[in-house]
Design a protein around this ligand. Structure first.
Ligand code: SF4
Length: 585
């Protein structure tokens, strides 16, 4: 293989294919190191600033190596860019034949069996969804993939989709009458055969959790794994590597079983009463936590008095009884009850985990919203798990993002993710910020915890927006600041002011791009993965440094853990985390 970097040269295949191709030495440098990591079976961390073209810099050596790879991204936007733009472009430029597919979580695919069942007796929680059902019926007859992304008009939140998409605990696999046409199995088969498989971090870690609990995997084995947008890996992994359970999960389980009983006209002695008992035990157990205010709070031993522990034991007993009934019925030929029985047992395990406050590796906490509460157990540190089950298992793992370093070092990200002795490369953004951008820090404002801060910041924001004539994001670190600043500023400027939450995020972005002079007030979800090109986004205003809230139970537990190891959590966790978040913003 000739020097892989020559592909990026002035007379290389990319220059011959891409109109106005721009040679970027850093892009070639990154490609060379990715190639080296693949050949020498080393891990690699690359911070590639904006504008370098990092996706081509890893795709070219992956394709040139001829080795299979899994590429995981956090956002749909990047996934779509890889599938619809970068890979077709490289196919054209290289003239090489390679296969690449996008594999999504099973809930993205239509389940033919559930769709047939639903169509027989449609039940709409929201009557306005009937119009979408007609669209889906029409689409279902011609789709080759069953991927809901093909239906761009479908709203992100569609209650009905929950009744017709594929679900692990309602899928009987090869025993299903639709198995030969099943979209999920077709997608997995295609992924098994493909050279490059594009997934997202959610699917990767949901799969890892499944692998660790049941030794089964939905993903093909590959010796090369690339995490793009790798600064999000710890957050996403934390969501899947612990446990989470609430009354909503219990009710959902009971409803799924009841629906099967109704659809299949199943009669199993004692089943209906077992469902009632599970629901009753669930309501009683979770009612002990429901009175607390909205937000997150840490679970403490004092919260688990005798009543609560009795409630937990009763719930576990009823879940176990239900699991046994379902598993017996499955052995008698009611196949769909097999996976549902498994789900009862898994739910029992989750209840046990969230109540096991003696497990020092997990932080036990709860999230209350609108009177509903979910109990959670989240790993305090994932480094050992990832080191053992990801970095030690896959010969080459590449972590890349525009923001991975803090203080010119990868120490933070390596320690959080358990990546030991990787190759490292830090490439600055290709933009000349000194001449192309202006950084303004108003020094006359009081500190953010001062009661006058919001009013004074609003006045300053109005002044800035009058100069830029809108065209800005105002990114806030809390919902209360976002609402207050929006209220104070929107009445003082001529430009249209959008507020996060007033419509779905994708629609909001579309409107923001369309109305070039508009201003968008937003929080966390707009800090990253958002692409607005051109004049519409000429200014970004940040209300304060994005330090994570120290009273957040996960952050608090991580701070305590570092302190107990004689470390300094401010410099080892809070500052690096804030720097990375700020760079994203
Ligand atoms: S195999 Fe599973 S996902 Fe596929 S159609 Fe049947 S039940 Fe649905």
């Amino acid at each position: 293989m000739a020097d892989v970097a020559s592909i990026f040269g002035a007379s290389g295949p990319l220059a011959r294919t891409i109109a106005n191709f721009e040679q970027r030495p850093d892009q070639a440098k990154m490609a060379r190191l990715v190639w080296e990591a693949i050949q020498t079976k080393r891990h690699l961390i690359v911070e590639a600033g904006t504008g370098i073209g990092k996706s081509l810099a890893y795709l070219v050596p992956v394709i040139a190596s001829g080795k299979g790879a899994i590429i995981s991204t956090k956002t749909k936007t990047l996934q779509e860019q890889l599938v619809n733009h970068d890979l077709p472009l490289l196919r054209k430029a290289s003239g090489t034949h390679f296969t690449a597919v996008c594999l999504k979580g099973r809930a993205n695919y239509l389940c033919l069996k559930r769709f047939r069942d639903f169509s027989t007796r449609p039940l709409f929680v929201f009557p306005h969804e009937i119009k979408y059902f007609r669209k889906i019926q029409n689409w279902a007859t011609r789709t080759a993939t069953g991927d809901r992304a093909e239906l761009s008009q479908l709203p992100d939140r569609l209650a009905m989709w929950h009744d017709i998409c594929s679900q692990r605990d309602l899928c009987t696999g090869q025993k299903c009458e639709f198995f030969s046409d099943c979209f999920v199995s077709k997608a997995r088969e295609a992924a098994d055969k493909a050279g490059i498989v594009i997934i997202n971090h959610y699917l990767f870690f949901a799969n890892l959790a499944l692998q660790l609990s049941s030794d089964t995997s939905m993903l093909p084995q590959r010796n090369l794994l690339i995490f793009d947008e790798a600064h999000n890996v710890e957050d996403v992994a934390s969501q899947f590597m612990g446990a989470s359970v609430g009354l909503g999960h219990i009710n959902d389980l009971v409803n799924q079983i009841s629906r099967q009983i109704e659809l299949e006209k199943i009669e199993v002695e004692g089943l209906v009463s077992a469902l009632t008992k599970v629901q009753k035990a669930g309501s009683e157990f979770f009612s002990h936590f429901a009175a607390r205010r909205d937000g997150t709070f840490k679970l403490t031993n004092e919260m688990f008095d005798m009543h609560v522990l009795d409630g937990r034991d009763e719930l576990l007993k009823q879940l176990k009884g239900l699991a046994r009934l379902l598993s017996d019925a499955a052995s008698d030929g009611i196949d769909v009850f097999g996976p549902l029985s498994e789900r009862c047992l898994e739910m029992g395990n989750s209840v046990r985990d969230v109540c096991d406050l003696d497990n020092q590796e997990l932080v036990h906490w709860a999230e209350a919203r609108d009177g509903h509460v979910q109990l959670k157990a989240t790993p305090i540190c994932l480094a050992d798990t990832l080191a053992k089950h990801v970095f030690a298992k896959v010969p080459t793992v590449i972590l890349t993002s525009a923001t991975l370093s803090s203080d010119n070092s990868f120490k933070y990200i390596k320690s959080r993710l358990g990546a030991s002795r990787p190759l490292e490369l830090m490439l600055p953004p290709s933009f000349d910020y000194k001449t192309q951008a202006l950084l303004y820090i108003p020094r006359h404002l009081p500190l953010p915890d001062n009661p006058r801060f919001v009013n004074m910041a609003a006045k300053e924001i109005v002044r800035i927006l009058q100069k830029t004539r809108g065209k800005a994001f105002v990114l806030c670190t809390s919902i209360s600041n976002m609402n207050a600043l929006h209220e104070l500023v929107s009445t003082k400027i001529k430009q249209r002011c959008f507020l996060q939450g007033e419509m779905p995020n994708t629609a909001l972005l579309k409107e923001f791009r369309r109305d070039v002079s508009s201003v968008l007030f937003a929080t966390a979800s707009f800090w990253q993965g958002v692409d607005v090109q051109g004049e519409a986004l000429s200014c970004v205003i940040i209300d304060k440094l994005p330090f994570a809230v120290p009273s957040d139970p996960i952050i608090e537990a991580r701070i305590e853990r570092i302190r107990s190891q004689n470390g300094n959590p401010f410099y080892e966790l809070q500052v690096p985390q804030a720097i990375i978040a700020l760079k994203q913003g």
